[in-house]
Design a protein around this ligand. Sequence first.
Ligand code: SF4
Length: 279
Amino acid sequence: MDELRNISIRIGKIEEEEEEWGEVGPTIKPHILDLREWDKKLLERYEPFYAPMQDFCNLCTMGPCDLSMNKRGACGIDLKTQKARLVAIACCIGASAHCAHGRHLLDYAIEEFGEDYPLDFGSNVNVEMPNTRLVFGIKPKTLGDLDAVMSYCEQEIVRVLHTTHTGNEGSYYDYESKALHVSMIDHVAMEIADAVQIVAYKYPKAEPNTPLVETGFGIVDRSKPVIVVIGHNVMSARPISDLLEEKNFDMELAGLCCTAHDVTRYNPKAKIFGPIYSG
Ligand code: SF4
């Protein structure tokens, strides 16, 4: 035993053997270049069309650069490439908003319920998390399984965003390919966020008798105090709903955008008083 005194043993994450659930394709966990050839086929069939509102670029301190009349900026890009670059940036903005929201929910749920908490979507869902299965190549069973998928999404968004920095890319086609890549990642991140909400907040699980909720500006009872929630993330709306129920406050809980929709899945008495818009 004396010889073992200075030996320390650490056991990290234990990988369980994956249950066979289907044939895995050749491009799981794709990075930017892995689907480039496929994107090329799509972009040849659906040729991008640009109708720029401006013919200059001022995205870096070398500018502003005049890109009119086929001129190129100091970094070498033309107007078409600059517009495709803005498309990739816009896709990164959307993907990162959903991904950050999903990460917030996932970290909270793991802290609250533990990483072994099962992903139970009820008996009416045959193919749970199809985007995650297709892109990441796993059939997630627990909250902890989603952590690696979310890390992959975060990494890919950073990789695409990095290519939009001055001088890192010179082809409109490659920016469009990157926009497709990060938009695919966006769908995985959104799926994770919704999966976490469903299992952690006990949202309806493909129940045919899920209550319908009221929508429209006129449905809010303005004679009562009204709390309005706006944005993507239901994290703060849920405790508000809990407090109103617990204290039996006679108040209206209403909202705009994703948070409004998601809080009605938690509390059918909440109201959606405006259209979905980017909050
Ligand atoms: S990114 Fe390129 S085109 Fe835009 S301002 Fe900088 S040098 Fe000019």
